[in-house]
Ligand binder design. Structure first.
Ligand SMILES: Nc1ncnc2c1ncn2[C@@H]1O[C@H](COP(=O)(O)OP(=O)(O)OP(=O)(O)O)[C@@H](O)[C@H]1O
Ligand SMILES: [Mg+2]
Length: 442
């Protein structure tokens, strides 16, 4: 028949309060700190230590109060034998007259620090030993009594459950953290795929548009151009014939000359349209889906031609082109970057202003700088401008995709794009590209 615990009513009330206090703490380390302080306070001990068993059943120090390294090592050793004893006999340990402490040998630090009384109880959960609470004092032998041991055992039972709860909570919290991070990663991947999809859709529809326009324009343009040639030669023949007549009639020669000149104008106009169609094709580079070695200046120039309606008569475009080597890149994709950067620059300039395009080759890379004298970007927006969907241009004006797509394209070219901006002064986007832009993996 085991001994009945001799816990007083007052001690029971204390245990109840302790239970309330520690059960509300779910942070394991804070809980262990609290348990330690309560144990020292309730038993008027001088020093204390809490050890917990890790997964490989090794005892590890969790909290130590007023103890140096040497005594901690000793207590860990002592706790090991106590745990063994507890496991074997199911009993806690009370040493009332160190060093003559019976079964448990006194340690060197007990003797050195003149420890007189030691109390050590196991921390358990559901009959599993999870660690120990150790307390000692130099005050007097028999300082800790049998009642103290029983009280501390009761306290340790409550503490064990609270520790188990906190551990479970920590595990759940960790699980939630992992799941949240998995979800975040999945969301980011989804966003990237969506951007990629929108980009290829944008490219595909732009390509189709260009192909359609080029096709539609080319056929009638061919007729206009060859007709203009025909008119020019016919009118020239007619004029020559009339001029060879003895009294060439001026009233007929003059209109023929006018028609001849107009045909020349038509011829020049159709040449211009042909050039524009060529530029459009060059921009979309429909026939060139793969990486290719190209002159970047050509891409910038064709983009400038296509955006001319946005800046003509309003914005001066200054080109400061350096000597650039040709680079291996996806030309139509880079043209998309130039297009978005130039459109953004034009849109940022309200009224008159300047766009400066500087290019340079250094450090084995090409650097393309697009500066505008526009409204600039507010510092709080600078970190967001590359986010898909971020726009300050209002619904229906901007989709907020231009820069995120550009960023992705430059990244795929193993390059970098950065921005410098001052509100009211303007913005500079700089694109850095390696000569061999093609990704290693491709
Ligand atoms: N040169 C610039 N000057 C000032 N603000 C800029 C400039 N370039 C980009 N921004 C800011 O960055 C935001 C995002 O640009 P982004 O090109 O991604 O989208 P958008 O131009 O708003 O829309 P979209 O390009 O899809 O038509 C813009 O709304 C604008 O606030
Ligand atoms: Mg844009």
């Amino acid at each position: 028949m085991p001994d009945q615990p001799n816990i007083t009513y007052a001690q029971l009330v204390t245990l109840l309060e302790v239970s309330r206090k520690i059960n509300s703490q779910l942070n394991l380390q804070m809980l262990l700190d609290e348990i330690m302080d309560l144990a020292i306070g309730l038993l008027h001990a001088e020093k204390g230590l809490i050890l917990l068993r890790n997964e490989s059943k090794e005892l590890t120090v969790q909290v130590a109060r007023h103890m140096d390294k040497h005594s901690i090592a000793d207590v860990v050793e002592l706790s090991r034998s106590i745990i063994k004893q507890v496991e074997k006999e199911g009993k806690s340990v009370l040493l009332q007259n160190v060093p003559d402490s019976g079964d448990i040998p006194s340690t060197s630090s007990m003797i050195r620090y003149k420890i007189k009384s030691v109390i050590c109880v196991p921390l358990r959960t559901k009959n599993k030993l999870i660690g120990t609470i150790y307390l000692d004092t130099t005050k007097s032998e028999h300082f800790f009594k049998k009642e103290d041991l029983e009280f501390l055992e009761g306290f340790a039972n409550l503490a064990g459950i609270a520790v188990e709860n906190a551990k479970n909570y920590q595990e759940v919290e960790q699980l939630v953290k992992e799941r949240t991070s998995d979800l975040e990663t999945a969301y980011e991947e989804l966003q990237a795929t969506q951007t990629q999809l929108i980009r290829s859709e944008k490219m595909a529809s732009l390509g189709q548009l260009v192909a359609g326009v080029a096709h539609e324009i080319n056929t009638p343009l061919g007729s206009i151009s060859s007709n203009a040639d025909m008119f020019i030669s016919t009118f020239a023949k007619l004029r020559n014939r009339l001029q060879s007549l003895e009294d060439s009639p001026d009233e007929i020669l003059k209109p023929i000359k006018i028609l001849e000149d107009l045909s020349q104008v038509n011829k020049m106009a159709s040449e211009r349209i042909k050039k524009i169609v060529g530029t459009l094709k060059n921009f979309a580079r429909l026939d060139e889906e793969e990486f290719k070695i190209v002159d970047i200046h050509e891409g910038i120039d064709s983009t400038l031609s296509l955006t001319a309606h946005l800046y003509r008569d309003r914005i001066e475009v200054v080109k400061e082109y350096g000597n650039l080597p040709k680079i291996n890149c996806h030309p139509s994709q880079l043209n998309q970057v130039f297009m978005n950067t130039l459109v953004n620059a034009c849109q940022s300039i309200k009224g008159k202003g300047t766009i400066t395009i500087k290019t340079r080759f250094s450090g084995g890379k090409i650097h393309l700088q697009f500066s505008d004298t526009g409204v600039g970007i507010a510092p709080e927006n600078l970190a967001k401008i590359f986010d898909p969907g971020f726009t300050t241009k209002g619904v229906g004006v901007g989709t907020g995709l231009g820069l995120s797509i550009s960023y992705k394209i430059i990244e795929e070219h193993s390059g970098k794009i950065d921005v410098y901006s001052k509100v009211g002064k303007g913005t500079t986007f700089t694109v850095h590209l390696p000569l061999e832009g093609k990704k290693q993996s491709e």
